[in-house]
Design a protein around this ligand. Structure first.
Ligand SMILES: Nc1ncnc2c1ncn2[C@@H]1O[C@H](COP(=O)(O)OP(=O)(O)O)[C@@H](O)[C@H]1O
Ligand SMILES: [Mg+2]
Length: 150
């Protein structure tokens, strides 16, 4: 499945995040790719809102400091949304401390900003959300999930 969206604002990118949320079926891991300031985190906020997953859980383990976890609902079913940004991680060894594979429980939706930096994340990923700037506030947002039906 490939879907292409265009956004002209922060708000539209959140709305597109909400639309994308409706297309995701756990367990799923997606890489979010795009330059700094492209709108990756903004899009995730739209996913969080759409899943009514507003309250971030207190995640206390030092291992999980880079993981923001939320409990949400999708079509009445519980989903566990996890949002990571691995921009500052420098090695597969550092990445391994996150225990990404262990996060992939049945009801997990895992969104990894800058996941393309690591081969292990690319291998684990079910797809990619790419955000490209088209100048000023305009963005092209492409969701690609090769294994998912159109
Ligand atoms: N169309 C747009 N979509 C998303 N963000 C936008 C857009 N236009 C302007 N912005 C601004 O760009 C910034 C995007 O920041 P952020 O989502 O943190 O990016 P990233 O996580 O990709 O580094 C925000 O300040 C946001 O208000
Ligand atoms: Mg970000």
């Amino acid at each position: 499945m490939t879907r292409v969206f265009e956004s002209a604002s922060d708000e539209q990118t959140r709305a597109i995040g909400g639309e994308i949320a409706g297309l995701l079926r756990p367990p799923l891991l997606l890489i979010l790719t795009g330059d700094l300031g492209a709108g990756k985190t903004t899009l995730v906020k739209g996913v969080v809102a759409a899943l009514n997953a507003g309250d971030e859980e207190a995640v206390t383990s030092p291992t999980f400091t880079l993981v923001h976890a939320y409990e949400g609902l999708q079509d009445g079913r519980p989903v566990r949304l996890m949002h990571l940004d691995v921009y500052r991680l420098e090695s597969e060894r550092q990445l391994a401390t996150l225990g990404l594979a262990e996060l992939m429980v049945d009801d997990a939706l895992v969104l990894v900003e800058w996941g393309e930096k690591f081969a292990s994340v690319t291998e684990m990923a079910d797809g990619v959300i790419r955000i490209e700037s088209l100048g000023a506030d305009r963005r092209r947002i492409t969701l690609s999930m090769p294994e998912a039906d159109a």
